[in-house]
Every structure is written in C-alpha cells, then in structure tokens.
Design a protein around this ligand. Structure first.
Ligand SMILES: [Fe+2]
Ligand SMILES: [Fe+2]
Length: 273
C-alpha cells in the first residue's frame, strides 16, 4: 500500500482539457496509439513501485520516496494521459483496453527481474527515466496540439526530477559497491537493449485491438509503427540530452566525456533512424 502523497507539483485541474483543439490531432492515429499506450504503461506504475519498494525495503529513504512521491507522480501521468486521450477520442473504451494490458503485462513484472545489485538497479532506473524524460521532450516538441504540448512539458519535468532522485540513490549505493565502469556500462547497455519494448508493444496492441474489434495487431504492424516513429525521432528526439543522462552514472573523466559525447550522439541517431 502506497504512502500518502507528499506534494505533487501539479494536478489534473491544472491542465485545460476542455480547451483541447481536437481537429489538430483527432485524425492522427499514430498519436492515438502513442498516447493511449503511454497512458497504460504509466498507470501501471503502482505495480512497478511496489516491486521496487520491496526490492529496496532496507532503504527507508528510497522506499518512502518511491511510495510517497514517485508512484503518485507516475500514476498521475497515466491519469492525465487517459484524460487527454478521452478528450480527443471520446469513443475509446479505455478501461477495457487497460484491463487487457494489465492482464498481459503484469505477470512479466516481477521483483526477481530487478538487480543484480542495488546500485545496478538504480542505474537501470536512471536509464528508464532517461527514456521517459526524452520521450516527453519529443512529444512536447512534435505535438500538433497546444494542450498536449503543455501536458508533455509537465510530465517531462517530473521525469527529469525522477532521474535526479534515482541518480542520487545510485551514487550512495555506488559509493559502497564500487561497481566497475565496465560492469556499469554492460548493465546500462543490457537495460537499453531490453527496452525492446515488450511493454510498448503490448500497450499499443491492446489499444489497437479494442479500437478495431476483430483485428489483430501483429509484430509486423508494430515494426511499421516504429518505422513511422523513426521519422519523428530523427526530427525531435533530444539525443544529446539522453546520452548525457545515460553516461552520468558511468562518470567518465571529463576529457573522455567531451570526446565521446558527439560520437555517441551521432551513433545513437544513426542506430535509431
Ligand atoms: Fe511517468
Ligand atoms: Fe518517471
């Protein structure tokens, strides 16, 4: 059971959902799938928070932040995205699609998938928050609709703060564990590779199959979707910001960092697009 939220920096009342300019976005089905999918993944954060709090049960500081703040903010992201999706696509049966997503994805989220050490798990959380911070930066920049831009900006700011918290916890554990740079790099790389989007695939599939009864969403459909996304990514993804955040836990010497940053940024841009 989560603690009472300490203080959320914004609430759903701050977002002018009744001012959404539907005509700017309603016909764009890629936006629908992207936002509906994100709303499912964020809403399920209570489960991830529970797993993480269990994993870090000996760390009172981390545990109480995870359950008293982080969980509530992530779930609020889910609620706000749900409200946005329903403001633009009011016929969508969100509850049914979300229930399908939970049934398919929840069994894959297990505490024993965390680790292998507390420091490495905190570094992995930094990867996840880098992913969300850069995702919402992209949404904010690519959005054809002003209310979505505003909402993405709020969520993005939360994700950047989450990263900072996880990074601080990482540093504390790292001071004790002294995980080598290579092991850290390997761990980070693994987490990035694993982000091969089991959750996004399932989330978008559930949204698709509820929106189009009787039709199946296949891995080939997902590949085509990702190919279309690559165009947005090339144009709007904050590569440099993401690489800087990813490399921070590895704490390379500044000279090496300055040398590597442009190379990695170019490499990532090429790999993704
Ligand atoms: Fe979030
Ligand atoms: Fe987050």
């Amino acid at each position: 059971m989560a603690d009472e939220p300490r203080h959320l920096r914004w609430s759903l009342q701050d977002i002018p959902f009744d001012c959404v300019q539907r005509s700017a976005i309603a016909d764009e089905s890629d936006w629908f799938y992207l936002l509906a999918g994100a709303s499912f993944v964020e809403t399920l954060s209570d489960l991830y928070a529970q797993n993480l709090a269990e994993y870090y049960q000996d760390n009172q500081d981390a545990k109480s932040w995870l359950q008293g703040q982080w969980e509530h903010e992530e779930v609020q992201h889910g609620r706000a995205l749900r409200a946005y999706v329903l403001a633009v696509w009011p016929d969508f049966d969100w509850e049914t699609a979300y229930a399908r997503f939970v049934a398919a994805y929840a069994p894959l989220c297990q505490t024993n998938a965390l680790g292998p050490t507390p420091a490495l798990e905190m570094a992995a959380r930094c990867v996840v928050e880098t992913g969300t911070a850069s995702f919402y930066t992209m949404i904010q920049q690519a959005s054809p609709e002003p209310v979505l831009r505003e909402l993405a900006g709020r969520i993005r700011a939360d994700e950047v703060l989450h990263y900072k918290y996880f990074f601080r916890f990482f540093r504390d554990y790292q001071a004790r564990e002294g995980v080598s740079r290579w092991r850290l790099l390997r761990g980070l790389w693994q987490r990035i590779a694993e982000a091969d989007m089991e959750d996004s695939f399932l989330a978008i599939r559930c949204a698709y199959e509820v929106r189009n009864p009787g039709q199946n969403f296949t891995p080939a459909d997902f590949r085509a979707f990702r190919k279309r996304m690559a165009v947005w990514i090339r144009r709007h993804y904050p590569f440099e910001m993401a690489i800087k955040m990813l490399m921070k836990p590895v704490s390379l010497p500044p000279v090496l960092q300055r040398l590597l940053l442009p190379l990695l940024t170019r490499g990532a841009r090429r790999a993704i697009t």
